[in-house]
Design a protein around this ligand. Structure first.
Ligand code: PMP
Length: 425
């Protein structure tokens, strides 16, 4: 097993100045996270010098892997021209053109610095457009850190509207929780709030509730409700846009009024975007005086992210998309086969395109206590040279070749054997 002493030492220093020693809940892991030194292509190297295959790719944001030369050049050239301005740029216009060309429903677009902010602006746009207060979201689904959407986002299917201690009751009063892939159940809840709903927010491939796709009947029921009651349907594709050239609405064949994008569209630089119907997006338009919804942000459409985005989208051709989606299908098939051959069972592998998530059985350790089997698996994978998320989330990048999938399968086999040895038989 590779040494992690340099990470342990860094974490000791880090805990003196940051709670837990870092700035992101998802990348903490107990007893301390492994700190990265650099990445190249499909690989990351940690501060102890250990190299691993990266199948997490910064929570699926890095569709071209680490430090892709074309993206690095775009970033360097943009930075040399100035990193942000109090004026719009030509790169912003060019990136808006490139992005709206991906899907005909992306009529107008506005850029933010993160997916969280883009979700926030989409929800506020729906409120400003409909003049109604409430938002419906799916039980357990994750949409970032914005108050109204950070309610009931822990992956549990419970319909109870539970917020974090940082979110006051007034916010949860305006968030309506609907069950996933249950058209009748969702319509029943929605019907009770019809006249007050501004928007329904759905990630059609919600990773935190298992990366199970929304069914066609479910999407049709939500669309029908929105049409009947003039509610804005928002498709959060911060994670799921990468499944096809036109994003998830194109792959799943449903119509959203607004789509929220992030992550892959800027190849690893901070980004978010709200896009969709021109008449809804008009709430942002300041040309006739103060707009219904002012949209501020010192780093909105910052030229470095815009430039990285142009490079990233240009690299994401339909041939490359097909290639990584094929590798993704291969990875999922091989994981299913390895888990079936090397563990007692109870595992599921979900995913579309280049995305995957492994779900584990309710397991008991050799000491008789309950254990999180997926955590055991992700840690075993780290020891065998592969990084996936602690929750079993992962993806393929364009930096990968079939050889990398073979190396992944070898590590996955060894990790599955380790997990079997840790579980009560
Ligand atoms: N929506 C979804 C579906 C996401 O997966 C995420 C991030 N994992 C976000 C929104 C928030 O994006 P960001 O992390 O860029 O704020």
């Amino acid at each position: 097993t590779a040494s992690t002493v340099a990470s342990a030492e860094l974490n000791r220093r880090a805990r003196a100045v940051m709670p837990g020693g870092n700035s992101r809940t998802a990348v903490y892991s107990s007893p301390y996270p492994i700190y990265v030194r650099y990445g190249h292509g499909a690989r990351v190297v940690d501060v102890d010098g250990t190299e691993r295959l990266d199948f997490l790719n910064n929570s699926t944001a890095l569709i071209h892997g680490h430090a892709h030369p074309t993206i690095v050049r775009a970033v360097a050239e943009a930075a040399a021209r100035g990193t942000s301005f109090g004026m719009p740029t030509e790169t912003e216009v060019a990136f808006a053109e490139a992005l709206t060309a991906r899907n005909e429903t992306f009529e107008h677009v506005r850029f933010t610095s993160t997916g969280t902010e883009a979700v926030m602006m989409a929800v506020q746009a729906a409120r400003a457009h409909t003049l109604r207060p409430k938002l419906a979201k799916i039980a357990g689904a994750y949409h970032g850190a914005y108050d109204a959407t950070a309610i009931n986002n822990d992956g549990s299917g419970s319909l109870i509207t539970h917020a974090t201690l940082g979110i006051p009751a007034g916010v949860s009063d305006n968030t309506v929780i609907i069950p996933f892939n249950d058209p009748e159940g969702a319509l029943e809840v929605l019907g009770r709030h019809a006249g007050e709903l501004a928007a329904i927010l759905i990630d059609p491939l919600p990773w935190r509730i298992g990366l199970v796709p929304a069914s066609a009947e479910y999407l049709a029921a939500l669309r029908g409700f929105c049409d009947e009651h003039d509610v804005v349907l928002i498709s959060d594709e911060v994670g799921s846009f990468r499944i096809g050239m036109g994003g998830a609405i194109a792959e799943f064949g449903y119509a959203a009024d607004l789509t929220v994008l992030g992550k892959v569209i800027a190849g690893g630089m901070p980004i978010g975007a709200v896009t969709g119907r021109r008449d809804v997006m008009a709430v942002f338009d300041p040309s006739a005086g103060s707009p219904p919804l002012p949209h501020s942000g010192s780093y909105n459409a910052n030229p470095v992210s815009m430039s990285a985005g142009l490079a990233s989208l240009a690299l994401l051709t339909s041939d490359e998309m097909d290639r990584i989606n094929g590798l993704g299908a291969d990875v999922r098939d091989r994981m299913r086969q390895i888990l079936a051959d090397h563990t007692p069972g109870g595992w599921t592998v979900n995913g579309n395109g280049s995305l995957f998530r492994v779900l584990g059985p309710n397991a008991t350790g050799a000491d008789g206590r309950p254990v999180n089997a997926v955590n055991l698996l992700s840690r075993a994978l780290l020891r065998h040279g592969v990084h996936i998320g602690d929750s079993g989330l992962g993806c393929v990048s364009t930096a990968m070749e079939p050889d990398d999938v073979d190396a992944f399968a070898r590590a996955f086999t060894a990790a599955a054997d380790d997990v079997r040895a840790c579980l009560a038989q």
